[in-house]
Design a protein around this ligand. Sequence first.
Ligand code: NAP
Length: 243
Amino acid sequence: MNCALVTGASRGLGRAIAVQLAKDHGLHILVNYASNQAAAEETLAEIQGNGGSGELLHFNVQNRAEVDEALNGWREKNEDKFIGVLVNNAGITRDGLFMWMPEKDWDDVLNISVKGLYNVTQNAIQQMLRKRSGRIINVASVSGMKGVAGQTNYSAAKGAIIAATKSLAQEVAKRKITVNAVAPGFITSDMTKDLNEDELKQMIPMNRFGKADEVAHLVSFLASDKAAYITGEVININGGIYS
Ligand code: NAP
């Protein structure tokens, strides 16, 4: 059975992506989360409510030992299943001007986004390479495309994800594994709930924040057979704010 692992699927974009992948492709979804089990259970309930299947898989993406223990343990118990789709979605912001940025805020953002991508992808890609099939979709950001003041750490992390996407895509294309990134602009979620939407939306040609569902449809397309010839791409989804 084909499965999709979505990191940070308890809330926001990750939840919408998990629900959409189950709906569109009938994939069994591994709903990863860091600490918010109740929210992860809501994601699972939504998947099941639509007639899909899934399970929770707790690990902190920045901890390699935890990632390996969770994924290797799961694989031992599920020899008939294959994680054919990986969505590296987990991410955080710790905004502030660079001159005053504490080292911890730099490290936490980079460790979750970039080291997290390394940890989870290193584990999951081994089986994809053996099976000569796979879809890896990395959630970047407009911040990694253009750079955003007050987000030097986050822009660095998302820029690294974009560059890693392009490199890895070239390494694994012969094994029929595609690696792409999506770069959302402002999307309504917990991450953006404290921003001044009325003020910020004036900068967006579409004059609104995006919805998590809209990003989920794009990710779902990239996970589909129809996207087999797209790899190493970064697709902007930002209401026209930057391209
Ligand atoms: P969110 O609502 O804050 O949700 C973040 C998710 O990441 C939660 O499920 C959280 O799990 C999980 N997470 C955080 N740290 C983790 C860790 N160490 N290990 C595993 N999971 C972890 O954020 P969001 O807006 O949905 O953002 C999702 C992704 O989209 C991020 O990569 C973000 O950078 C990117 N993005 C968002 C926007 C936007 O406007 N919202 C724009 C561009 C890009 P818990 O619930 O357990 O804490």
